[in-house]
Write a protein of this length. Structure first.
Lengths: 272, 272
């Protein structure tokens, strides 16, 4: 019995199965000024792979290259299983609209995660509890309003007084769907791209910005995530360098219980 | 006048131009037990792109997914310019042998790096000078012998007494080509994969291991690298988690002058 309407994230990342050509469409709920929220695009691509009848195993890595703006409306996903091994699969996905040029190019690895020696070297970051922090206010970008951001450190100080020296690009924050939704690989993928541009933090202002390439590694499989059964993550993001119009970002997504669920890196364009 | 033979790295990563199908071949100089050194494969793919007549700009990011072992000998590179923009290009490369299945799948972004605000947030790591450290001894893997590794921290303590607790996966080391060669994007790409498996460090033993997906971001263009004019980098590598047969690695490649040249992440299979 299905009494609840689907979560708007699931609506936004819905795909229609094809043979090798799948369909999706942009969502006004996850819009980012000049195109869809890149995290929603990445999650939609991941959903097509997870729902693919030939898929086996869990997502291990996904790299998404944003080649060109995506217009509002429908898009096609050309989904190709490039190589299947005994316990891993390599996929390639091309997103296009109206039989036009490729707008997004992605590669993914799926794997059956076999039991092994297990060791988490990274330390769980200390953080004030979610309940004790006020949510970040609503923004002009619809996608950001679908998330409940609660900053522990590195609250965006944007549009204040002009800074003399660059500020830290580091942020620590809780991220939840505004309408609670259980964390799965799809939401981890989208949340990987849900950090504000590091350049905004470093410069204390919003500048033209766009993710060029995003890679996320999954350190938990579906069973691990089901055992966590959570609706939010503790997230870290930082940057190392901004130079000649491009800057990097690295991030970590943690379960409240102290488990590192996913790590992510991206390189982004900026104009400043 | 060309009096010197080409550097063996340039021999190992040589490509023969085709239209969309280029050729390369594995090199015994860069062999890693069951296949070519992944860094040499990645550099060969990058070389095909850099030498491609349609290429414009400098490498910004390269992701290489290692799908299947590569046998000794010749291979084909299907090189495709997926999308060209005003100042960036998106490429896809498939490596195969004998018209067989794809063995390596890569995507790359090239960009014309325009002047911008510049800020390096990451701190240059303190390190004992290269000249004051003994080179790491020769190994059974030919590829490792092409490099001059000088460990500042995290010297691999492999095959000693069994450890009670996992050791740190962190390493800081100088990396140079054993036969000196000026650092360019190709060598940065190869050096991105020249760290020993983090799981070897954490467990203090060599275990079955293979890189599954490798992503490198370039934070300098050809002009920046030419200005550095260096033959070695100071490199950092670390891991955050090993779980269910896969572990991560992140790394940084610095110029001796204190400039962050490239950052890299990978996810790897291990058996332990």
């Amino acid at each position: 019995m299905h009494l609840q309407a689907p979560h708007l994230f699931d609506d936004a990342t819905r795909v229609t199965a094809g043979d090798s050509r799948w369909q999706g469409r942009t969502s006004p709920d996850y819009w980012a000024f000049v195109g869809p929220f890149g995290g929603a695009t990445a999650a939609t691509i991941l959903r097509a792979l997870i729902e693919h009848p030939e898929r086996s195993g869990d997502p291990l890595s996904l790299t998404v290259n944003y080649c060109a703006p995506i217009a509002e409306g429908a898009f096609d996903l050309d989904v190709r299983l490039v190589k299947a091994n005994r316990s891993s699969q390599h996929w390639c996905v091309e997103l296009s609209q109206g039989r036009g040029e490729v707008a997004t190019l992605a590669t993914a690895v799926f794997a059956e995660r076999r039991p092994s020696w297990s060791h988490q070297e990274a330390q769980f970051p200390q953080a004030k509890p979610f309940e004790q922090i006020l949510p970040y206010p609503k923004t002009a970008a619809s996608w950001a309003n679908q998330y409940d951001f609660r900053f522990v450190e590195g609250y965006p100080d944007i549009g204040g007084a002009k800074q003399d020296a660059p500020a830290s690009a580091f942020s620590k924050l809780w991220i939840a769907d505004r309408v609670p939704r259980t964390i799965d690989a799809l939401s981890l993928m989208a949340m990987s791209d849900a950090f504000f541009g590091r350049v905004f933090h470093a410069r204390g202002e919003v500048v033209p910005f766009g993710t060029v390439s995003l890679t996320t590694y999954f350190h938990t499989d579906a069973d691990d995530l089901a055992a966590e059964d959570i609706t939010r993550v503790l997230a870290l993001a930082d940057a190392k360098v901004f130079h000649k119009s491009y800057g990097d970002q690295s991030g970590e997504l943690w379960s409240p219980s102290g488990r590192l669920l996913a790590t992510t890196t991206q390189i982004s364009y900026f104009k400043a």
